[in-house]
Design a protein around this ligand. Structure first.
Ligand SMILES: *Cc1c(COP(=O)(O)O)cnc(C)c1O
Ligand code: SF4
Length: 452
């Protein structure tokens, strides 16, 4: 099949015939080679280099050429989503790295400065690694997490990178080479023995990085065993990915795209629910013919596409952006699933907004869409005890409070139990909230401490 969808500018109807483009990616070392940046002032490029020496940077040609509107720099949301911005580091950290680079410090000195700045950016939010690694036969199963009863997460080792890196990513520390921060596994046999022994698990969530950077024949090794009778209790397979919008060619023109869709189709025909959990931050990502073709092909293979993303300053902290995103998705047959709160790590200083603001954006966006788009839940914090949703603000017994609930909890008994925090217009994360009504601790805290 010949596709001519890959150079169509911003208008989905204008197909412009050029040869199929290979996947080309730029990292910090190739910043100079990105043509689109060449008109920018040297200072701005230097600032990008400073930040890219601390936080991971990787962007592919498709994102540069077809998702970013270069007439709207630096405000363009996809530019903010992929290119380093000076405000992502504190002024002190920025200065330290700028000085090291400006003084032509040695590679070792630059690396030491980077390591020390990174250590201050909470590279391990919520002790993910310690708390959620499952055990089997006295052994820790690396590359897996089993936090919520029904769902096991798996991080295949070949899937620990992405087609482009998101500047807000909470997994940023995995991408900068520090081995001990990377959880991944190539041990399919352990994964499947664990799943066979855990009949309470219904969902396998393959995640990364981005598992869709993997070739189809690698994915097969991970997915085909689900067709065996011993794994009949795994009824849903989810794949967490940003590829749908950062490299939709994965589903259309890559040389193993057809084979990939046939693999999905086989799983669907065998009765599995196959869901692509697409990370989509802005409707602009859904505006090219290539992504629309990818959606069409995935849906015709029987794949359900759901979308989730955090609400972020500089990118999508606007109810109009979310309502348009959700409406666009419903139009394409993508189900809105979660709105997240930006995690307390990495460049959070740049992206975070108060919980109050996140709640207002969610509420106002929901009011602008019909029930079909109201399947998105949130704003939700993926915190150590669970996914906590800000449901609203209320006045109870004369006290203004946040109404919260667990959408998922480390102890499933906590799920959907409402609880209350003192109203705080500045708070940006669960750990900054205090229980309402003069109580000392939230209902789950003692038990959570014991579990940790
Ligand atoms: C979000 C999440 C899941 C999936 O939760 P759902 O509410 O079923 O989407 C599973 N495990 C972990 C660790 C998670 O953070
Ligand atoms: S695609 Fe996902 S894992 Fe990769 S950088 Fe973006 S948010 Fe992080």
């Amino acid at each position: 099949m010949q596709y001519t969808l890959n150079r169509a500018g911003r208008t989905p109807t204008e197909h412009d015939v050029v040869p199929l483009r290979p996947f080309t990616v730029y990292t910090e070392r190739q910043l100079d080679r990105i043509e689109a940046l060449q008109g920018l002032p040297d200072e701005q490029i230097f600032a990008m280099r400073v930040v890219a020496h601390v936080l991971p940077f990787r962007v592919n040609r498709y994102v540069i050429d077809e998702l970013i509107d270069w007439s709207n720099i630096p405000d363009d949301p996809v530019f903010q989503l992929t290119f380093p911005q000076p405000g992502m580091l504190s002024p002190e950290d920025f200065q330290r790295m700028a000085q090291a680079l400006g003084n032509n410090a040695s590679r070792e000195q630059i690396r030491d400065v980077a390591t020390s700045i990174r250590a201050g950016l909470n590279p391990q939010p919520d002790g993910q690694r310690l708390l959620n690694i499952p055990r089997m036969d006295g052994e820790n199963l690396e590359g897996m997490q089993h936090k919520y009863e029904h769902t096991v997460l798996f991080f295949p080792s070949q899937g620990q990178t992405c087609h482009s890196y998101c500047t807000f990513c909470f997994r940023w520390a995995q991408f900068i080479g520090s081995k001990e921060l990377r959880f991944s596994s190539s041990e399919t046999s352990k994964l499947f023995s664990y799943l066979r022994r855990h009949s309470e698990v219904t969902d396998l969530l393959v995640t990364g990085g981005d598992p869709m950077v993997m070739r189809t024949n690698h994915l097969k090794d991970y997915l085909q065993p689900l067709l065996t009778p011993e794994l009949a209790h795994i009824t849903s397979l989810r794949i967490g990915t940003k590829s749908l919008t950062f490299w939709p060619h994965r589903y259309v023109t890559d040389d193993d795209a057809d084979e990939l869709l046939r693999l999905f189709e086989r799983l669907v025909k065998a009765g599995k629910h196959v869901a692509l959990m697409a990370h989509i931050n802005h409707w602009q990502e859904l505006d090219t013919p290539m992504v629309r073709e990818a959606v069409r092909r995935l849906r015709s293979a029987g794949v359900i596409i759901r979308s989730q993303a955090p609400v972020l300053a500089h990118i999508n902290d606007d109810a109009g952006v979310w309502s348009r995103l959700w409406k666009t998705q419903v139009g394409l047959g993508i189900q809105p699933y979660y709105m997240f709160v930006e995690r307390d790590t990495g460049a959070r200083r740049y992206f975070q907004i108060p919980l109050l603001r996140a709640y207002e954006i969610y509420r106002d966006a929901i009011r602008q869409v019909s029930g079909l788009a109201r399947t998105a839940r949130g704003p939700s914090m993926s915190a150590a005890p669970g996914k906590v949703e800000v449901q609203g603000i209320a006045e109870v017994a004369g006290e203004k409070v946040f109404v919260l609930r667990f959408l998922q909890a480390r102890n499933n008994e906590w799920t959907h139990r409402p609880f209350f925090a003192r109203f705080d217009p500045e708070a940006t994360w669960l750990d900054q909230l205090r229980p309402a009504f003069g109580e000392e601790r939230f209902f789950f805290q003692d038990e959570h401490d014991r579990m940790s």
